[in-house]
Design a protein around this ligand. Structure first.
Ligand SMILES: [Zn+2]
Length: 205
C-alpha cells in the first residue's frame, strides 16, 4: 500500500478529492465527536451520484440495517456500488439526517443563526470547482454523527460517540469524486459544540 495524499482539513472547512477504483480513503476524527458530511459522484458523469435511498433499500433487503456499519456498500442513484466501508472504529454512521444549512439552522435554532457557516455552503464551494451547483446537492453521509431514533419515530442529533483518533475507511469500487464538509455546526451536539480538524489519507491498494 502506498500513501497518495495525507492532509489535515481545518475545522469548518471543505475538502474534495477523486479516488480511482481500488483506492481507499481513511477519515480520522482527530479530536473526537466531529461530524463529517460527505457527497459522492461519478467523476466521469456526475449525474450518477450517491443515493441514501438506494443504499438503504439494498441494506433493507440484506437484513434491515438503518445505519452504515463496517461492510456497508454505498450505492449510486443507478444502484451501482460506489464505495465499501471497510474499516471503522465508531460502529455506525448516519445517512438520513442530511447536511446542515443556514436555512435549516434558522428554522431549528432561530433567526440569529442565519449567517453562521454551514455544510451546505461548504458543499457549494467545492461543487463549483467541478462545474456543479445547488441542483447537485443530494443526500449525503454523516460520518461519526450520532442520530438515534426516539420511540415516537423522531430522529434526533445526539452527542457524538466518536473518540479522538476514531476513523472510518472507504474503498472505492469505481472512480469516485468525494466532497467533504468538516461540519461547522455549533447549535446542536453533533460536533460536541466545538468543530475540530480531521485528517484524510488516500492510499493505493
Ligand atoms: Zn453540518
Amino acid at each position: 500500500m502506498s500513501i497518495l495524499s495525507d492532509v489535515t482539513v481545518a475545522a469548518r472547512a471543505p475538502y474534495s478529492a477523486t479516488l480511482k477504483a481500488g483506492q481507499s480513503m481513511r477519515i480520522i476524527d482527530l479530536d473526537g465527536q466531529q461530524a463529517v458530511d460527505a457527497l459522492f459522484y461519478n467523476p466521469h458523469d456526475p449525474s450518477e451520484r450517491y443515493s441514501a435511498q438506494d443504499t438503504l433499500a439494498a441494506q433493507a433487503m440484506a437484513g434491515g440495517k438503518f445505519y452504515l456499519e463496517t461492510g456497508a456498500v454505498l450505492r449510486s442513484n443507478e444502484g451501482r456500488k460506489m464505495l465499501t466501508l471497510v474499516a471503522d472504529s465508531c460502529g455506525f454512521h448516519d445517512t438520513n439526517a442530511g447536511a446542515c444549512s443556514c436555512e435549516s439552522n434558522t428554522v431549528r435554532f432561530g433567526h440569529e443563526t442565519r449567517f453562521m457557516h454551514a455544510c451546505r455552503e461548504n458543499f457549494l464551494v467545492e461543487l463549483a470547482k467541478y462545474g456543479m451547483g445547488k441542483r447537485d446537492l443530494v443526500s449525503n453521509v454523516n460520518f461519526f454523527m450520532n442520530v438515534p431514533i426516539r420511540p415516537n419515530g423522531e430522529l434526533t442529533v445526539d452527542d457524538g460517540v466518536s473518540k479522538p483518533g476514531g476513523y472510518v475507511e472507504l474503498r472505492a469500487e469505481m472512480d469516485v469524486l468525494v466532497l467533504i464538509s468538516n461540519c461547522p455546526q455549533v447549535n446542536n451536539p453533533c460536533n460536541g459544540f466545538n468543530p475540530t480538524p480531521i485528517r484524510i489519507i488516500i492510499a493505493d491498494k
